[in-house]
Write a protein of this length. Sequence first.
Length: 149
Amino acid sequence: MVSLCDTYWHEIGELSTRTLEDLPDCLLETIFSKVVLCEGDKAIVNLAVVCKRFSAIVLDEDFLKKVHYEWLDSVVNLKSFSTEYQKELKKMYTIRLCNACGQPYKAFSGGCIGHGKKGELLGIYDEPPHPGYCSHSCAPPDLDDTQDV
Ligand SMILES: [Zn+2]
């Protein structure tokens, strides 16, 4: 079966006459996933503010999951673990809003933690450092005190 992207690549010779708007979504998804792997999660935010079309692509749940698992493959060799442990590592994050600043952030419930940049792993099975908050600076001081004990 020939995909839309395969068809497009056969027409690559005509690329000089095309604009970005002419590219099919599947090709933009492929390009954006590479950009996100190189630049990390900040690329998702940057691409999402370009236009509604880009936003729809990069904020799509399937795209986010695909990119997350591509990132995961770049930081952990899942095949070296048991099938059961692979399932535990291969958990998708959820997007939540910070209790303090209201900005969206990645909330992990196990699995691998990182900023989505290829080859960069922050940790495996770390407890979220500040549950409900996007960062250390947004977390209330008493929350930090209880975690140090
Ligand atoms: Zn915050």
